[in-house]
Design a binder for this molecule. Structure first.
Ligand SMILES: NC(=O)C1=CN([C@@H]2O[C@H](COP(=O)(O)OP(=O)(O)OC[C@H]3O[C@@H](n4cnc5c(N)ncnc54)[C@H](O)[C@@H]3O)[C@@H](O)[C@H]2O)C=CC1
Ligand SMILES: O=C(O)C(=O)COP(=O)(O)O
Length: 326
């Protein structure tokens, strides 16, 4: 706390990044400091109670970590915290929370949109339209298709809800299986992944990046999938082995992919994925809706008010597991 008895919040941003929209509301309750690199962190961390991290400067934070003399809580304004965690943070007693919930609905809309684009052959129609070419085709029915959501957490549940509402059948994969779930036909455990992959028409990756999920989608996983299946990755790029994916697309092991996240971001201009007609790509934006940055600040503020009153924080990240859900 400062002399005025206000808690101190350090906001860690990317260099040159504008302050988060809505930060004035935090400034009304706390002394807010801004940092964007190791040096500014070394200046602001002493005396800081809470950090709001909008951009993961993990190396800088790790280097400046010994100067954090009274830090109690770090809030990450993203659902994925894979890029934030470092050993001293995992082992120490600083609490971590995340932005779980903010992107659920928009990502589910993105996934439904991708499924329908594939089913209705939209990528080809757009290419034909650009060439002024009239070419009739019969397209697929989405109704009745099986969708496997790998990572049946907060986002996965919304995906289940939307695809079920559209007449498809959503199955989930999670660390904890559950037979009775309102949003899935069933949620299966990890040990059933390959079996479930063989039944799915659409496979959606909505899992966090952890040591267990890194490289999970490799040639073996693609070989287990139907040749007619499409992969949709809105989780994290390194969950998919890109070279194996390209090989699987080349060999006809799977029929297509919609990708929002990549092993390397931004994806280099000369990357072979750009040219593929059966691949839909977006720039890590599946969840970003107009006003999302303000929504992230509001969510932090809600948790901050709880913390200030000595209440329980929500969206607690299990630091050993690396995500907040069950
Ligand atoms: N493309 C984008 O812009 C965005 C991507 N994301 C990604 O989505 C991920 C999921 O977010 P939430 O649904 O909020 O997380 P959550 O914490 O609510 O759920 C994670 C789920 O993954 C499951 N899981 C964990 N390890 C697993 C494994 N080895 N195999 C199968 N399932 C496993 C858990 O059981 C849990 O059900 C984030 O970690 C982030 O990487 C999140 C927001 C935006
Ligand atoms: O919340 C997450 O994990 C995300 O991936 C969101 O990404 P962004 O905030 O758009 O960089």
């Amino acid at each position: 706390m400062t002399a005025s008895n206000k808690p101190v919040v350090t906001v860690l941003t990317a260099p040159g990044e504008a302050p988060p929209p809505g930060i004035e509301a935090v400034q009304a309750r706390a002394e807010v400091r801004f940092a964007c690199d190791e040096q500014t962190l070394r200046d602001t961390l002493p005396g800081t109670d809470v950090m709001m991290v909008t951009d993961f400067r993990t190396e800088a934070l790790e280097a400046a970590w010994p100067t954090a003399d009274r830090l109690k809580w770090i809030h990450a304004t993203s659902a994925g915290v894979d890029a934030l965690m470092f050993p001293a943070l995992i082992k120490g007693d600083v609490t971590v929370t995340n932005a779980r919930g903010i992107f659920d609905r928009t990502i589910a809309e993105y996934v439904l949109c991708s499924i329908l684009m594939f089913a209705k052959d939209f990528p080809r129609s757009i290419r034909l339209q650009l060439k002024h070419e009239w070419k009739h085709r019969d397209t697929e029915r989405a109704e009745g298709k099986q969708v496997l959501v790998v990572g049946a957490g907060s986002i996965g549940r919304q995906i289940g809800r939307l695809v079920n509402a559209a007449g498809m059948h959503a199955h989930g994969i999670a660390r904890t299986p559950r037979q009775k779930d309102p949003d899935f036909v069933a949620v299966h455990g990890n040990d059933e992944l390959y079996d479930q992959l063989s039944h799915a028409d659409f496979v959606v990756i909505a899992a966090p990046l952890t040591p267990q999920t890194e490289g999970l989608f490799d040639s073996k996983a693609f070989a287990a999938m139907k040749k007619s299946a499409r992969l949709i990755n809105i989780g994290r790029g390194p969950i998919v082995k890109t070279d194996d994916l390209i090989q699987a697309l080349d060999d006809g092991e799977i029929a297509g992919a919609a990708l929002d996240v990549f092993e390397e971001e931004p994806l280099p201009e000369d990357h072979p994925l750009w040219e593929r007609e059966n691949v839909i790509m977006t720039a890590h934006m599946a969840g970003d809706f107009i006003g999302w940055k303000r929504a992230l600040t509001d969510q932090f503020l809600e948790n901050f008010d709880r913390w200030h009153k000595g209440g329980e924080l929500f969206n607690l990240v299990n630091k050993e597991l690396g995500y907040a859900g069950s």
